[in-house]
Design a protein around this ligand. Structure first.
Ligand code: PLP
Length: 287
């Protein structure tokens, strides 16, 4: 496996960054998780736009043009002979001294890792998953916007730990007002009477690229689709619930906090959108 690291491709064993990298010391950096399907990188432009926006927001200058980064991503896939892959693109503040001041970091680190996929087990896409809501909150009042995909994932990790403790594969995070925000690394949709709802970005959800693709697909297919603020109650009484994310794609949720959702199996709207999404990812993308 070859990894892109600061201008060269190196073997996985040799892909090392400094312990003084502020990505390591402080979680100072930004990242993207991207997918390729059958050799096409899904919505690469949108992922790179989000990366540049995240970087700009935290005053981190990416030392590459958009075109260069596009080529680095596709070249990483080519070198690893991967057609269906999960791609991790990381830009950290780079190595500096022990102080947190980014002025000590002259050069950001740029890393691209491409691997074969590790999704939720296939069976879970057929049965749907159980989730719980957790105590960890997504704060809307942080200075750092939830739109920034930063390397500070402690909140999301706490969500995952709470999910592990509850023995479920994913969990639901509320915001500081108790409104439903998102999962540890996925967005949530609920369906009630054929109408789809997903929380707007301002409640504290990342505006996921899979989420946006599903919103487009849903509208094209004529579903009533709205960004709306909702509570756990609305989730419990929904006909269908599903999660979306680059890694998870579209996965049905059939139980939330012990409440069975709908009939307890993936519903028709979820299945319909999953089929359309799988078509879309085959057609759409950067070669
Ligand atoms: N929410 C969070 C916190 C995430 O980290 C991710 C994963 O990237 C998502 C949602 C889903 O976003 P996307 O569909 O762009 O992968």
């Amino acid at each position: 496996q070859m990894i892109y690291l600061n201008g060269e491709f190196v073997k996985k064993e040799d892909a090392k960054v400094s312990v003084y990298d502020h990505g390591f010391l402080y979680g100072d950096g930004v990242f993207e998780g991207i997918r390729s399907y059958n050799g096409n990188v899904f919505r690469l432009e949108e992922h790179l736009e989000r990366l540049y926006d995240s970087a700009k927001s935290v005053m981190l200058e990416i030392p590459h043009t958009f075109e260069e980064l596009t080529n680095i991503v596709t070249e990483t896939l080519r070198r690893n002979e991967l057609r269906d892959a999960y791609i991790r693109l990381v830009v950290s503040r780079g190595a500096g001294n022990l102080g947190l001041d980014p002025l000590s970091c002259p050069r950001p680190s740029v890393i691209v890792i491409a691997e074969a996929l590790s999704l939720f087990p296939k069976a879970l896409y057929e049965t749907g998953i159980e989730i719980v809501s957790v105590a960890t909150r997504r704060s809307r009042s942080d200075v750092l916007s939830p739109k920034v995909k930063s390397l500070n994932y402690m909140n999301n990790i706490l969500v995952k730990i709470e999910a592990n403790l509850a023995g479920v594969p994913e969990a639901l995070m509320l915001n500081d007002q108790g409104y439903v925000a998102e999962g540890s690394a996925d967005n949530i949709f609920i369906v009630r009477k054929n109408k789809l709802l997903t929380p707007p970005g301002y409640v504290g959800a990342l505006e996921g690229i899979t989420r946006n693709a599903i919103m487009e697909v849903a509208k094209e297919k004529g579903y009533d689709m709205e960004e709306a603020v909702f509570t756990r109650h609305d989730v419990y009484v929904a006909d269908e619930v599903f999660l979306t994310g680059t890694a998870a794609e579209v996965i049905a949720v059939v139980k939330v906090d012990g409440r069975v959702i709908g009939d307890g199996v993936p519903g028709p709207v979820t299945n319909d959108l999953l089929v359309s999404f799988r078509q879309l990812v085959q057609e759409d993308g950067v070669k």
